[in-house]
Design a protein around this ligand. Structure first.
Ligand SMILES: Cc1ncc(COP(=O)(O)O)c(C=O)c1O
Length: 454
């Protein structure tokens, strides 16, 4: 199997031979619909193999991947360093219940991740298998530490779909449809979305006013009137909202939130599941906001596609006794080996610098598209966590969801893989080692796709 893959030619350019979905793709989609439970599938692309920023489908079409499997393969598909680390581990040991027994690989992974997490304090790690499971663990850590049970989450936030994390998720109503009640004790407040918020403030022009309005809302309309500080365990927040539309809050928001949490003996859980592991040009997006969270949730890119999640906690927040929390697969050896390789490769290949540099270049090219198309209301994001928001009217900022959905489909025909986010945005989240030439290739295809979507 390995030999076959090695013999296959490198993927290095877009090539669309059959309009997707081609005949082989159609057959697999048909079977998928028959044998797999309905979930969130949106695009008819059936992948066969990957190579760096490229994906080849079963009909031989080659796409430039601007989705990285929802910000997971941040180091590119089949990254050679991660492949080598996993291959080595594959011949030694796969699984040995890392929560019940001991092995070095899990300790190495914890050291590597804690070593790059913000905060000049001791840190401990609990490994999970997904983002939602990381948030479940984070909620329990905070309940155990504060001995309080209620939380505040943010409208537009996404934290997962299991019962605890779902109670915070507020990016689309469908996530809750028919599932009430999830975990009780979570109140939602507005997120300081600079582009569209319930206060009617332009947060790009008046960032302080927007931040203060949200803080006032939390203090005066929530804590003062019905959620006493004696009950408030913490906040769960994304540094930059992901599924909510790639919303970057004003720069002092997180500092203000951490201060408010401190004053109320509450803890901020920073959900870096989508923003973490170099996506924004720093290991963690929190670093852009000058904050050092005591609890950080991670998953997605942490092992470049081997399923893994983690919660990094300040050591003083460790569970006070054994048995309060655990799992079976956490810290799996293959995932641990991959996680160490991910951190080392981000450092050795200077991928944070590349994400910052190429992110700035990509954004410049997107702003040129915005000059060309009135349809693009907003270009936003940091590093290689970028988005375009499509509007019916630039002044009213009314979302154009239908246009965005058409564009997602058109883009496949032009050989780029896009993922939607929020009401009317598409995200652009390529691998962190993307080159300027590949960005130009992507922007050309995007330009053609926008043109074809009117
Ligand atoms: C910020 C954030 N938190 C949590 C999750 C849930 O992660 P998972 O799908 O691995 O459970 C996601 C997934 O998109 C996410 O973006």
């Amino acid at each position: 199997m390995m030999k076959d893959v090695e013999k296959t030619e490198k993927l290095n350019r877009i090539s669309i031979k059959t309009t997707p979905p081609g005949p082989l793709a159609k057959k697999i989609i048909e079977d998928d619909q028959k044998y797999l439970v309905t979930s969130t599938k949106s695009l008819p692309i059936v992948a066969e193999r990957g190579d760096g920023v490229f994906i080849q489908d079963v009909d031989g079409n080659v796409y430039l991947d601007l989705s990285t499997g929802i910000s997971v393969t941040n180091l590119g598909h089949l990254n050679p360093h991660v492949t080598e680390a996993v291959e080595k581990q594959l011949h030694r040991l796969w699984h040995f219940a890392g929560t019940d027994f001991y092995y070095k690989e899990q300790v190495d992974a914890a050291k590597a991740i804690a070593g790059v997490a913000p905060g000049k304090f001791g840190k401990k790690v609990f490994f999970t298998n997904s983002g939602t499971e990381s948030n479940e663990a984070a909620i329990k850590v905070v309940k155990a530490h504060t001995k309080k049970q209620q939380f505040i989450g943010f409208i537009g936030g996404f934290h997962g779909r299991s019962q605890g994390s779902l109670s915070f998720t507020a990016s689309r109503s469908i996530h809750h449809k028919g599932f009430f009640p999830s975990m009780p004790g979570v109140e939602h407040v507005p997120f300081p979305n600079p582009y569209r918020n319930p206060f009617g403030i332009d947060g790009y022009e008046n960032p302080d006013e927007l931040e203060n309005r949200v803080m006032d809302f939390i203090e005066k309309f929530v804590i003062r009137t019905y959620l006493p500080k004696e009950n408030l365990a913490g906040f769960l927040v994304e540094p930059i909202q992901g599924e909510g539309g790639y919303i970057v809050p004003p720069k002092n928001f997180h500092k203000k939130l951490m201060k408010l949490a401190d004053e109320n003996d509450a803890v901020v859980i920073m959900d870096e599941v989508q923003t973490g592991m170099g996506r924004t040009g720093k290991f963690f997006a929190s670093e852009h906001f000058g904050v050092e969270p005591q609890v950080i949730s991670l998953a997605k890119a942490i092992a470049n596609g081997i399923p893994m999640g983690a919660v990094v906690v300040k050591d003083t927040l460790d569970f006070p006794e054994a048995g309060l929390h655990s799992n079976t697969f956490g810290g799996n050896l293959l995932a641990s080996a991959a996680a160490v390789a991910v951190v080392e490769t981000i450092k050795s290949e200077k991928l944070l610098d590349n994400a910052a540099k190429q992110g700035a270049y990509f954004k410049k090219r997107l702003l040129e598209l915005q000059d060309k198309y009135e349809k693009i209301g907003d270009v936003r994001g940091i590093g290689l966590m970028l988005a375009l928001d499509f509007v019916k009217d630039r002044k009213t900022r009314e979302p154009d969801t239908k246009f965005r959905d058409r564009l997602e489909m058109e883009s496949l025909k032009n050989g780029i893989i896009l993922l939607s986010t929020g009401l009317s945005a598409i995200r652009l989240i390529p691998a962190l080692n993307i080159t300027a030439d590949q960005i130009d290739m992507a922007v050309d295809a995007l330009d053609k796709s926008i043109e074809a979507s009117f």
